[in-house]
Ligand binder design. Structure first.
Ligand SMILES: Cc1cc2nc3c(=O)[nH]c(=O)nc-3n(C[C@H](O)[C@H](O)[C@H](O)COP(=O)(O)OP(=O)(O)OC[C@H]3O[C@@H](n4cnc5c(N)ncnc54)[C@H](O)[C@@H]3O)c2cc1C
Length: 403
């Protein structure tokens, strides 16, 4: 049984970055990955294009409770470090008009390939199909055991086992049990960046319709967040970028805090104020336009069908109010198989914000989605994986390589 300086558990974005960093610092590194290949989730990111990071990268794009912690990590490995890292690997990138950074090939496979080439160049040892089931600490090191019974010894462990989203790609929440065995509490993981289940007959009428809308999450009567973007009606409820962007707080309220009064309020006519919209509807009535044709040119005809009973005998201002403040009762989310991320995980107050070492177990480090950090859509979650992987791997000279 060889002794390694570092064992990285999980070969996703965070684990690959941690392994490259630690190896570059001179450590001997073994990556244990339960799937037959590393980086499976990376390949589907950004709809196959991989939104690597964002041109505007700071802690304000992460969950409020984690921002000081995240900034401490981004201060050590920020946007420039990420861009330099990928440039040095040979990956050319570009930022789109919204600041999202992609590989110029627009292929996530290019990102994984340059990372694999670097792992190979550095001769990092990969143990594929190796699911770690137990980590036992002893004086000055760890014994790491796989499901197969195979055991390895190391001085330090970096746990990068991810969260619970898209379990078919490897990360299924088992990393939390590995952390909990060292006394870490786990903030209850819930699906985030996820389509919502909604109880409203108009979703059925409108399934397949997409509109630009302004969407607000409302929890127990309090407006939480408003975003503009695409709203997609589906057979089961609501999806689209605007919904994904407000889904985090909604999922936490429903699944973790068990709140009942959780809604999404949609402004379906975001390009007009309510008074101007009511005025326009009055003008149409005055011209003799029927209720059936009232929304033509503003919304697809299907919207009349969906709102027919509410619109039928209503006046201009009630119709304007309805379509500017349409409230949908949310009864659930589409769950882990459709969630892009996990809200929850290892609590940040149990982890050193300079090194990502556990405060409960010397020599145990964390990076990536296993920690309770959630970024906004737009490259912030991969940016967290790169930054936290680099810091846990010892990019600052404080971490695993010299401890
Ligand atoms: C559809 C989709 C699209 C996304 N698009 C983007 C995007 O464009 N931009 C962005 O910033 N973010 C995106 N994300 C989020 C991003 O993919 C995650 O933030 C990122 O992959 C997290 O990296 P990670 O290494 O922490 O976890 P993961 O990528 O989940 O990697 C964890 C790895 O650990 C392995 N593992 C788990 N348990 C064990 C064990 N016991 N033993 C050994 N191995 C284990 C798993 O097999 C897995 O390979 C997207 C997510 C999804 C699902």
């Amino acid at each position: 049984m060889a002794e390694h300086d570092v064992i990285v558990i999980g070969g996703g974005a965070a684990g690959i970055m941690a392994a490259i960093t630690a190896k570059r610092q001179g450590a001997s590194v073994l990556v244990c990955e339960k799937m037959p290949k590393i980086g499976k989730k990376l390949l589907i990111t950004g709809a196959g294009r991989c939104n690597l990071l964002n041109d505007v990268l700071d802690a304000s794009f992460y969950n409020p409770g984690g921002q000081t912690f995240v900034q401490s990590i981004l201060d050590q490995f920020g946007k420039k470090d990420m861009l330099d890292f990928f440039k040095e690997l040979g990956l050319a990138t570009y930022a789109d008009e919204t600041g999202r950074i992609f590989p110029v090939t627009n292929q996530a496979a290019s990102v994984l390939k340059v990372l694999e080439m670097e792992l190979e160049r550095l001769k990092v040892t990969l143990d594929l199909g190796c699911e770690i089931q137990n980590i036992r600490a002893f004086k000055n090191g760890f014994e790491v055991s796989a499901k197969t019974g195979e055991k390895e010894i190391c001085r330090k462990v970096i746990l990068c086992a991810g969260g619970k989203s898209y379990p078919a790609l490897g990360a299924d929440g088992n990393g939390y049990a590995l952390a909990a065995a060292f006394g870490h509490r786990i903030n209850e993981p819930v699906p985030s960046t996820v389509p919502l289940l909604v109880k409203d007959p108009c979703c059925h009428f409108l399934q397949g319709q997409k509109v630009r809308a302004k969407v607000t999450s409302r929890i127990e009567g309090k407006n939480i967040r408003t975003v503009s973007g695409e709203l997609l009606f589906t057979q089961y409820g609501l999806s689209g970028t605007a919904i994904l962007d407000v889904s985090d707080e909604i999922s936490i309220a429903l699944n973790r805090d068990h709140m009942k009064n959780v809604t999404v309020v949609a402004d379906l006519i975001p390009f007009m104020g309510e008074a101007a919209f009511a005025e326009e509807l009055s003008r149409r009535f005055e011209k003799g336009v029927t209720h059936e044709n009232l929304l033509e040119g503003l919304l697809a005809h299907k919207f009349f069908l969906a709102f027919r009973s509410a619109i039928h005998n209503a006046d201009a201002s009630s119709i304007a109010h309805l379509l500017k403040h349409k409230e949908f009762k949310v009864i659930g989310t589409r769950g882990w198989n459709e969630a892009e991320f996990t809200a929850g995980g290892v609590p940040l107050d149990e982890v050193d914000p300079l090194t990502l070492e556990s405060k409960l177990q010397k020599g145990l480090y964390f990076s990536g989605e296993v920690l309770d950090v959630q970024g906004r859509r737009g490259g912030y979650n991969l940016a967290w994986a790169w930054a936290s992987g680099a810091v846990a791997g010892g990019c600052n000279g404080r971490g695993v390589s010299n401890g």
